[in-house]
Design a protein around this ligand. Structure first.
Ligand SMILES: [Zn+2]
Length: 407
């Protein structure tokens, strides 16, 4: 979400992008050197818990909603896939049907997992599907929603229960470890449309669409020793913004997970969001459309599962680092006052008024942000995780730099 008053960040952004890509390339090489050979097998365990709030709450992602939730289309889920390689090296992939995790909340979860299970940050991937039909969390896009004190109380209550829920989820997944084989493959789905370079309102008249895009559907299959599927972890880079109602749902990836779990009984399907900040499913706004995109993506995953996949040797390496990315100086008192004067009431005004109060209080503003970068390597399959909401160019550049199509 961009606020109108923020200054251009051109040079800082370019330098930051370089830092991120160089860091990742360096890690990729050092992880390759650590690959070990062994005959023992992988172990994996899965666990799931419902995230659907039990009381009315505001839905996250749109400023235009005028009230809290009124029911659900389907449940929201947190799912965990715990992994252990032949040497006992562990990691966990946690996928969430949520808009995103604010840093204080993800720090809390990761600190608790370190205390309880000795898991380092490198060993934990927290991925939000970015559904725009999940609950608002504490300290996330604070000014967007016109919430009152009661609403804020519900948001804080939900957020505090959330950490405990996720820690339990991860413990359960590790308690369920069993011998497995893991396979990787890459599919394709073209449901994403570049939302910067194609006008949604004119979509129906367009004969061709402008990129850039990344149509890849990376898939990990985790198979039990009897050959049945324990887990299907799959990704796609595209906003879950088909729906903007006041009903809970995982949007199109929610439908994909339901579809895959019903066509593969006994398997848990986990969706991870890719670098799709500039990609939308279009057209949008009806439940049948969300279901259509969900099924389309499920069909892309199924094709990968049906074809031959690459079996991954049971070696796991994980690396995590935070890189300080520069933030431009905030607007000063005069700029904020002038902005508040000319802007109409809404979230931008709420943001500017809150900033002005902070400036008048003499608050200090962060000069940089500790941007998280993470690389896993399962056998020869790298998995990159970067913080925030990335545009598709990051994925394209990484694949080019590493001369691979499979990430
Ligand atoms: Zn977004």
């Amino acid at each position: 979400m961009e606020l109108g008053i923020i200054r251009s960040v051109g040079p800082t952004l370019k330098r930051n992008r370089m830092i991120i890509l160089l860091s990742i390339l360096f890690w990729q090489q050092s992880l390759s050197a650590q690959t070990r050979q062994t005959d023992a097998s992988w172990k994996a365990g899965v666990s799931r818990t419902i995230l659907t709030p039990e009381y009315p709450m505001w839905l996250a992602g749109y400023a235009a909603r005028t009230g809290p939730s009124e029911g659900k289309i389907h449940d929201l889920w947190a799912k965990a896939l715990a992994l252990e390689d032949a040497q006992g090296v562990r990691a966990v992939l946690i996928t969430l049907d949520l808009l995103g995790l604010p840093k204080p909340l993800s720090d809390q979860i990761r600190n608790q997992l370190k205390d309880d299970l000795s898991l380092e940050r490198s060993q934990i991937i927290l991925n939000s599907s970015h559904t725009h039909s999940g609950p608002v969390l504490d300290e996330a896009l604070t000014d967007i929603y016109p919430v009152d004190d009661h609403d804020i109380g519900q948001i804080k209550r939900y957020s505090s229960e959330f950490t405990e829920k996720i820690v339990h989820l991860v413990k359960d997944a590790f308690n369920n470890l069993e011998p497995v084989s893991i396979f990787a493959g890459n599919g394709v789905s073209r449901i994403q449309v570049n939302r910067r370079n194609n006008v949604e309102a004119k979509l129906i008249t367009l004969n061709e669409l402008s990129g850039p895009n990344d149509f890849a559907v990376p898939v990990l299959k985790v198979a039990r020793s009897n050959g049945s599927i324990l887990a299907i972890a799959f990704g796609y880079a595209c906003h879950p913004t088909v729906l903007d109602t006041t009903l809970w749902s995982g949007d199109y990836p929610g439908f994909t997970q339901i579809e895959l779990e019903s066509s593969h009984p006994g398997a848990m399907a986990l969706f991870f969001q890719g670098a799709g900040a500039d990609q939308n499913p279009m057209p949008r706004r009806t439940i049948p459309l969300a279901r259509q995109y969900g099924r389309t993506l499920a069909a892309a995953v199924d094709r990968v599962l049906e074809e031959e996949m690459i079996q991954l040797t049971p070696t796991l390496s994980t690396i995590y680092q935070e890189v300080d990315l520069g933030i431009n100086a905030p607007p000063d008192k005069e700029e904020l006052e002038a902005y508040i004067e000319q802007i109409t009431p809404g979230y931008q005004k709420r943001w500017a008024e809150r900033m002005l109060r902070r400036v008048e209080n003499g608050d200090r503003f962060a000069k940089s942000y500790p941007f998280p970068l993470q690389v896993w390597k399962l056998g020869n399959q790298p998995i990159f995780t970067l913080g925030g909401e990335l545009v598709v160019g990051y994925a394209i550049q990484l694949k080019k730099s590493l001369a691979t199509t499979s990430l």
